[in-house]
Ligand binder design. Structure first.
Ligand SMILES: *Cc1c(COP(=O)(O)O)cnc(C)c1O
Length: 389
């Protein structure tokens, strides 16, 4: 018998039924009144989601497109930037920056750990010509949450722009852009926002806009200055991803109905549940501290083939992700962002155990499901951790 498919990957993530129904609607024209109305209605809601007084611009691309758009708009070839590199997506920032002709200083962070803000401070103190810092809010390849609020406290005091890839963080854990002092925040549709891939969102701070204006348009397609002008008219520069934006209106409504506080509380409780479940299965989470709320990366016991664990979990309908780069085959990444609840996560932990048993890595006889449920309930009771807010 077929199992129910449970997509527990850190993107794409499952779609709520109301979103799927919105996506199935027939086309409306992106230059006509009904679409303009949708865009004007979305804008203030997106600004609340990002925690900014600046416009949030939709782009028709995957999340990486918004990374390129932000970096290209804010820095000219030859300008110096620091890239926080502690995983696959930090590497991507470096590759993007290099492709744009920026001069990159890599702040290397061991995979599975978070950047130390004091190291960034020292780099910026040593070289006042550094113009920007590129970082992930959540490094999805390792499940690490970088201390972006602390990084922004350092960059906001100087003429250094902080560009934060929030692709696996926006809608999952708090990262209020203006309150923290982030200069560019971006995300993609297929993670916390419970949408299919193909839509990216990006916002710039006031001083980031001033920098973008001073440089002028730097890219024909990713022209954020022209996108901002279009967004004032309720449009996008090129043909808009109409269905995705209609789906977005519904996923934002789901957030608004629950309230973001509740959304974050659920994500936090699922994170505590996943970590405790994994620990009770005898698995060691990759990130000891500063862990992402939307996924849990765990090390596999020596000799256990990660590919085999994933295959055997998939036989039970549970699709999880493996490691990337040097972590390939060595870790499992259990996604729990977006439209995932405790029932899905129980299925995920069960499938993980079955995978371990079949791959020869199961040793613990602990009551891992009981432990996971207890951690979930305790986290819901206790509310959000102080340091995250
Ligand atoms: C998923 C992800 C990306 C890549 O996004 P695409 O939509 O595949 O382009 C980049 N950064 C982070 C942190 C991600 O989680």
């Amino acid at each position: 018998m077929e199992h129910k498919l449970r997509l527990l990957t850190p993107g794409p993530t499952p779609l709520p039924e109301a979103v799927r129904l919105a996506l199935a609607q027939d086309m409306i024209h992106h230059r006509k009144a009904a679409f303009v109305e949708l865009m004007h209605e979305l804008q203030p809601r997106l600004m609340r989601l990002f925690g900014t007084a600046q416009p949030v611009l939709p782009l028709s691309c995957s999340g990486t497109g918004a990374m390129v758009a932000a970096a290209a708009s804010l820095f000219a070839p030859g300008e110096k930037v620091v890239v926080v590199e502690g995983g696959k997506f930090g590497e991507r920032w470096r590759e993007i920056a290099e492709s744009l002709g920026l001069v990159v200083t890599v702040l290397a962070v061991p995979w599975g750990t978070a950047v130390d803000p004091q190291e960034l401070r020292a780099l910026l103190d040593a070289d006042p010509s550094i113009a920007g810092v590129l970082v992930q809010v959540s490094e999805t390849s390792t499940g690490v949450l970088h201390p972006v609020r602390e990084l922004a406290a350092i960059t906001r005091q100087r003429p250094v722009l902080l560009v934060a890839d929030g692709i696996s963080a926006v809608g999952v854990s708090p990262c209020p852009m203006d309150a923290w002092g982030i200069d560019a925040l971006l995300t993609g549709s297929q993670k916390g926002l419970m949408l299919p891939p193909g839509l990216a969102l990006v916002a710039l701070s006031e001083r980031a806009w001033a920098k973008a204006e001073s440089l002028g348009p730097r890219h024909f397609y990713f022209n954020l200055l022209a996108e901002r002008a279009k967004s004032r008219q309720g449009q996008t520069l090129f043909t808009s991803p109409v269905n995705l934006l209609r789906g977005l209106a519904v996923s934002l409504a789901l957030f608004e109905e629950a309230g973001m506080e509740q959304v974050f509380r659920k994500q936090w409780a699922l994170t505590c549940m996943a970590r405790q479940g994994a620990l009770s299965l005898g698995l060691e989470p990759l990130a000891k501290t500063h862990f992402t709320w939307g996924l849990t990366a765990v090390r596999l016991p020596a000799g256990v083939d990660g590919g085999r664990v994933l295959k055997s979990a998939a036989k039970r309908g549970v699709v999880m992700a493996g490691g990337q780069g040097p972590l390939k085959g060595r870790i499992v990444r259990l996604g729990h962002m977006g439209h995932v609840d405790f029932g899905d996560l129980l299925a995920g932990l069960y499938a993980l155990r079955q995978g371990l048993m079949e791959a020869g890595g199961f040793s613990a006889a602990r009551s891992y499901l009981e432990d996971a449920i207890a951690a979930y309930e305790a986290a819901l009771q206790a509310g959000l951790p102080e340091e995250a807010l």
